[in-house]
Design a protein around this ligand. Structure first.
Ligand SMILES: Cc1cc2nc3c(=O)[nH]c(=O)nc-3n(C[C@H](O)[C@H](O)[C@H](O)COP(=O)(O)O)c2cc1C
Length: 243
C-alpha cells in the first residue's frame, strides 16, 4: 500500500507502543545527553494539535532544590489522596510508588497555554479541552520516543497546580498537566505495574468496541462488519490481550 512503512519500521512502531511502560522505579540517575533529550522534545513537538495550536511548553528541571520542593508537593498530594481509597486499595496504596521526582535524570513539567494563537483556534470553538488533548498527544510522542531510546518515563499527576505554579514560577493562566520523570532505568516491566500489584487489569478491548451504535457489541451478521469479530480476536481484542 502507498505510504506504508517497511516491515521493520512498522514493527518498531508497534514495539514502542506495546513495550512502553510508566516507570517510577529503577532510575539510575545517569544524565541524558543533550542531543538525545533535544531529539525527544522535538518528537513531542511534532504531535498533532488542534488548529496547529501547539499549546505546550516544557520546563526542564534538574536542580536538586527544585526537585525536593516538587517532591514535597507531590508527596503531600499522595498522602491526602490516600483517604479516598477503600478496602484492598486502601491497604495497597501506601506501598505504591507514584513518582520518581528525585531519582529521574530529568523532570519535565509539561504545560498547556490556553491563550496560544489567540482566542479563535481552528477546531477549538466547540471544545476548549482540545488544547489538553493536543498536549497529551505531545506527551505520548515523548513517551514512545523515550521508550525507543531506552529511557524510562513516568507521568506524575499527584500535585496541586497552585504548588507547581509557585515552585516553577508558572503564570496563572498556564496549566501544568504533567510532571514527567525521564531517564535510564534498570528495567522495563512487561506489564503495567498496577496490573502486577493487582490494582487493575487491562479491559478486554472487545468490551469497549461498539458497532454503529452505542452499546452494540456484536456486528450485524450481514453488514459491513461481518467477519470483523474474528479479526478482532486475532488482533488481541480478547482478555488474553497483548499481541
Ligand atoms: C494522565 C496520566 C496521569 C498519570 N499519573 C500517574 C501518577 O501520578 N503516578 C503514577 O505512578 N502513574 C501515573 N500514570 C501512569 C499510569 O498509572 C499508567 O499509565 C497505567 O497504570 C498503565 O501502565 P503503563 O503506562 O505501564 O502501560 C499516569 C498516566 C496518565 C496517562
Amino acid at each position: 500500500m502507498r505510504g506504508r512503512f517497511s516491515d521493520a519500521a512498522r514493527r518498531a512502531v508497534y514495539e514502542a507502543i506495546f513495550r512502553r511502560r510508566d516507570i517510577r522505579e529503577g532510575y539510575t540517575g545517569e544524565p541524558i545527553d543533550h542531543r538525545t533529550l533535544a531529539r525527544l522534545l522535538n518528537a513531542a513537538h511534532h504531535a498533532a494539535s488542534v488548529g496547529f495550536m501547539q499549546p505546550w511548553n516544557f520546563v526542564l528541571i534538574r536542580d536538586a532544590g527544585l526537585r525536593e520542593d516538587l517532591w514535597r508537593a507531590v508527596d503531600k498530594e499522595r498522602r491526602s489522596a490516600a483517604v479516598i481509597f477503600e478496602g484492598e486499595q486502601a491497604k495497597r496504596f501506601p506501598a505504591l510508588k507514584v513518582e520518581a521526582i528525585r531519582e529521574a535524570s530529568v523532570v519535565i513539567c509539561v504545560t498547556v497555554d490556553p491563550s496560544r494563537r489567540g482566542p479563535h483556534v481552528l477546531g477549538r470553538s466547540a471544545d476548549e479541552d482540545t488544547d489538553l488533548y493536543s498536549t497529551a498527544c505531545a506527551i505520548q510522542n515523548l513517551w514512545l520516543a523515550a521508550r525507543a531510546e531506552g529511557f524510562g518515563m513516568g507521568w506524575v499527576s499527584f500535585y496541586r497546580k497552585a504548588d507547581l505554579r509557585r515552585i516553577l514560577d508558572l503564570p496563572p493562566h498556564i496549566n501544568p498537566i504533567g510532571l514527567i520523570c525521564l531517564g535510564p532505568v534498570a528495567a522495563f516491566p512487561e506489564a503495567p505495574v498496577l496490573e502486577q500489584v493487582g490494582w487493575g487489569s487491562r479491559i478486554p478491548l472487545e468490551d469497549l468496541v461498539y458497532y454503529e451504535r452505542w452499546g452494540r457489541k456484536e456486528p450485524a451478521p450481514d453488514g459491513p462488519w461481518e467477519g470483523f469479530g474474528e479479526a478482532a480476536r486475532a488482533a488481541g481484542f480478547t482478555s488474553e490481550g497483548e499481541p
